[in-house]
Design a protein around this ligand. Structure first.
Ligand SMILES: O=C(O)CCC(=O)C(=O)O
Length: 286
């Protein structure tokens, strides 16, 4: 998430006062039972799936993003996003190869399990490149779904997937997550005990929109680089407008699955109607 909107506790810096872990994040490999992965995500609010993308793909995405981090990455600097962190607001505008991470079948199968009970299709809310530079402080803990003004018990508005484009370590700023903080009876908010989602390059951290989390401090000498993509129920307004942030000519080059995720389709027969639908894809093919 990149937009500097109001969030719970966003003015309270994350300090070292946070408790040691009371729970941990479960780590899975792609071949583990999909049901077990989805259950753990639902139960704990976060999981890591290791080695989900090849080193080559991850390197290609990182290489496509780097020149843009270097030239325009500073544009979102603020107290929430950090002052030593580079961000890119819509990774698909800068990296064609990022689509292979964003629409990876295993990712979509986990999203299906969490989101499809509550919508007929879901779409990208935001997809942000994040390069946390050496010296950056920890980000304030927050929930991504506060961009929506209400919650319904048992319904997650969105799921976030953070891809590690470099190794994520406790030292270089691996994402802090408060396991269990998505639960209705959880009351500590930004004061919860965090665990850091350390993972190797090519792994992905999945967390629910209601799970408290935040970027870590980078005490190492190298940047920590990732892409975080939120996927939201298809009847919600997308956080970032992909029709405008990804030029039309570029959007046309992505496969249909990716165009669908960007929002180029309706939701059911009524939302986002496009009567001139030339090939029936807009409405009928999910
Ligand atoms: O960089 C990270 O690890 C998390 C970033 C994040 O949660 C955000 O910017 O909303």
């Amino acid at each position: 998430m990149i937009s500097p909107v109001a969030r719970g506790n966003r003015n309270r810096p994350l300090g070292l006062e946070h408790q040691s872990t009371i729970m941990s994040i479960q780590y899975f490999s792609e071949s583990d039972s999909a049901q077990a992965q989805a259950s753990a995500l639902r139960e704990d609010g976060a999981i890591v799936v290791t080695d989900l993308a090849s080193a080559q793909l991850v390197t290609e995405v990182a290489d496509e993003l780097q020149p843009h981090f270097d030239t325009i990455g500073q544009q979102f600097e603020d107290d929430f996003n950090g002052h030593a962190t580079h961000r890119l607001a819509s990774t698909l505008a800068f990296s064609m190869r990022a689509a292979d991470l964003i629409a990876k079948p295993h990712v979509l199968s986990l999203l299906d399990a969490i989101l499809l009970p509550h919508c007929t299709n879901y779409r990208i809310g935001s997809s942000t490149g994040i390069e946390i530079l050496p010296g950056e402080n920890a980000q304030v803990l927050h929930q991504d779904d506060v961009i929506y003004p209400m919650r319904i018990d048992g319904v997650e508005w969105q799921v976030s997937v953070m891809w590690a484009l470099t190794d994520f370590t406790a030292e270089n700023g691996a994402t802090h997550v408060v396991p269990g903080s998505h639960r209705k009876d959880y009351t500590k908010g930004g004061d919860g005990a965090t665990v850091q989602a350390a993972m190797q390059k090519g792994s992905a951290l999945f967390y629910l929109g209601s799970t408290w989390h935040g970027g870590g401090a980078n005490h190492s000498a190298q940047p920590r680089v990732g892409i975080v993509t939120t996927y939201a129920l298809g009847w919600l307004r997308q956080e970032v407008n992909h029709y405008l942030t990804v030029p039309r000519k570029r959007a046309e080059q992505f496969p249909r699955t990716v165009q669908n995720l960007m929002g180029y389709r309706g939701h059911g027969p009524y939302l986002g109607r496009f009567a001139e639908d030339p090939d029936g894809f807009w409405r009928d093919k999910h």
